[in-house]
Ligand binder design. Structure first.
Ligand code: PM9
Length: 464
């Protein structure tokens, strides 16, 4: 295991004050938010681990880049900076900037997916799944079975089951417009995908003549794990590992809000001119002219700089080291986690921690509410609420009920992590008194963002 630097490889130049609320205030605040942590105001959250997306602290170099942004409608110099960075880092010549990752998915699937077609992925993230479905396609998760075993400590639990992929492509080649691989695999716990697996998926796609795209959000964190865990890469630079990873793919979608260390932005990139030209039409319609897409020039400048910065081994060792610090402290408190610790957050096994709450009452949702009440900590449910409903209207129960504590990049210190551990330990101590939840309002798509809930049985419990 690569050791973490003695301290952060940066120092703090600007601070953002945080409000510390009382327990009573938080009880009222979460109740008025319909027991949905997404509906809390951020100022009422002490430590916000809702997402690592768009929450990074930018560097002075990135902020300097903002001032140099070229806001021209067409032919912006900042687009050239972005294209150059994408070419250098990923090796793709064609780039369409988008306002965030899901916009790149929208454009890619509009270009490639037709009604009834199947899109295999190791595990679809919720926006990816929703965009495939919105094009009337069928998302198919082919991650290896061990990804669903929280306690399994295999090093690359994000790998796709290549045997299953080969079978799907052998039997239904004409129904598959592209194959995707999400690195790291967010929905499975931020678990990495090995280079061997990326290579094998690519080989199978080539054999069947199917384009292969990578969901690249957390590409640098994935490369770090390859360097740490895969034989032959222990002395390679992150830049070289990333170049090899993407050399096997035809293109990628990217939410720059993760590993490009910015607060907004994304892109679709490819080496395939035909796909690029077809996607460009949709880019113009939904995002904007191809040299700015959904972005301001200054944002493209910040992304370009972030893409180089994130390749630093010291940065990545600190980043992933902090995630492990939180996991180690939680484990010491007996909190059950998805193992091994992933790249961008710690995933608590809520089914195990709140074993008295049946899946119909959403144990992971209950845990996310309880963590807020106990410590002002906001995590996110990755369970059956997020999973949504099947076409027949039944809840599409998730195979794991998890709460993700996603750590923003370069934002919190280890002392903040200690507060999270104390909140989790307090929840553990009163676990049996925590009630389940049921819907009061349920939107039809991506319901977790805006749904409202109430505790089951009108129980007030210890927390509410
Ligand atoms: N991921 C996350 O918190 C942010 C949205 S949900 C609160 O994990 C993958 C693997 C993602 C992802 C976003 C997107 C979409 C695509 N793939 O949010 O549209 O984790 O930039 O990216 C979130 P955008």
């Amino acid at each position: 295991m690569l050791s973490r630097p003695l301290a952060e490889p940066y120092r703090i130049k600007m601070v953002e004050p945080l409000k510390i609320t009382t327990r009573e205030q938080r009880q009222e605040l979460i109740k008025s938010a319909g027991y949905n942590p997404f509906l809390l105001k951020s100022q009422d959250v002490y430590i916000d681990l809702l997402t690592d997306s768009g929450t990074s602290a930018m560097s002075d170099n990135q902020w300097a880049g903002l001032l140099l942004g070229d806001e021209s409608y067409a032919g912006s110099r900042s687009f050239d900076s972005l294209r150059q960075a994408v070419q250098d880092v990923f090796g793709f010549d064609y780039v369409l900037p988008t306002h965030q990752g899901r916009a790149a998915e929208n454009i890619l699937f509009l270009t490639m997916v037709k009604e009834g077609q199947i899109v295999p992925n190791n595990m679809h993230f919720d926006t990816t799944k929703a965009h495939v479905i919105q094009k009337r396609g069928r998302p198919l998760d082919l991650v290896t079975d061990i990804a669903y075993v929280a306690s399994d400590t295999s090093p690359f639990k994000g790998d796709m089951d290549t045997h299953k992929l080969d079978q799907v492509l052998t039997n239904q080649r004409d129904d598959v417009p592209l194959v995707m691989l999400t690195i790291t695999c967010n929905s499975a716990g931020g678990q990495p995908v090995s280079m061997a697996n990326i290579r094998e998926v690519s080989k199978i796609c080539k054999k069947h003549g199917v384009p292969f795209f990578i969901d690249a959000c957390r590409f640098a964190e994935n490369a770090f794990f390859i360097r740490e865990r895969e034989r032959g890469y222990e002395n390679a630079s992150i830049a070289d590992i990333v170049r090899e990873m993407f050399s096997y793919a035809d293109g990628c979608t990217m939410s720059a809000k993760k590993d490009a260390l910015v607060n907004i932005g994304g892109f679709l990139a490819t080496r395939d001119e035909k796909i690029y030209r077809a996607a460009m039409v949709w880019c113009v319609l939904f995002e904007g002219f191809p040299t700015y897409g959904g972005l301001a020039g200054r944002d493209m400048e910040a992304i370009a700089r972030g893409l180089y910065e994130v390749l630093s081994l010291d940065y990545l060792a600190e980043r992933i080291g902090q995630v492990r610090y939180l996991a180690d402290r939680l484990r010491e408190q007996g909190i059950p986690l998805v193992e091994p610790t992933g790249g961008h957050g710690v995933y608590i096994d809520a089914q195990k921690m709140l074993s008295h709450i049946p899946k119909e009452q959403f144990p992971a949702w209950a845990l996310s509410v309880a963590l807020y009440v106990e410590g002002g900590v906001r995590g996110v449910e990755i369970g059956s609420v997020l999973s949504g409903r099947r076409p027949d209207g039944e809840n599409d129960y998730a195979r794991m009920e998890l709460v993700r504590l996603a750590i923003p990049r370069r934002v919190y210190t280890d002392r903040h992590m200690d507060v999270v551990v104390a909140a989790a330990a307090a929840v553990r101590d009163k676990a049996s008194a925590i009630p389940g939840f049921r819907f009061v309002e349920e939107p039809p798509i991506l319901r977790h963002f805006t749904a409202k809930f109430e505790p089951v049985g009108g129980r007030t419990g210890v927390l509410f």
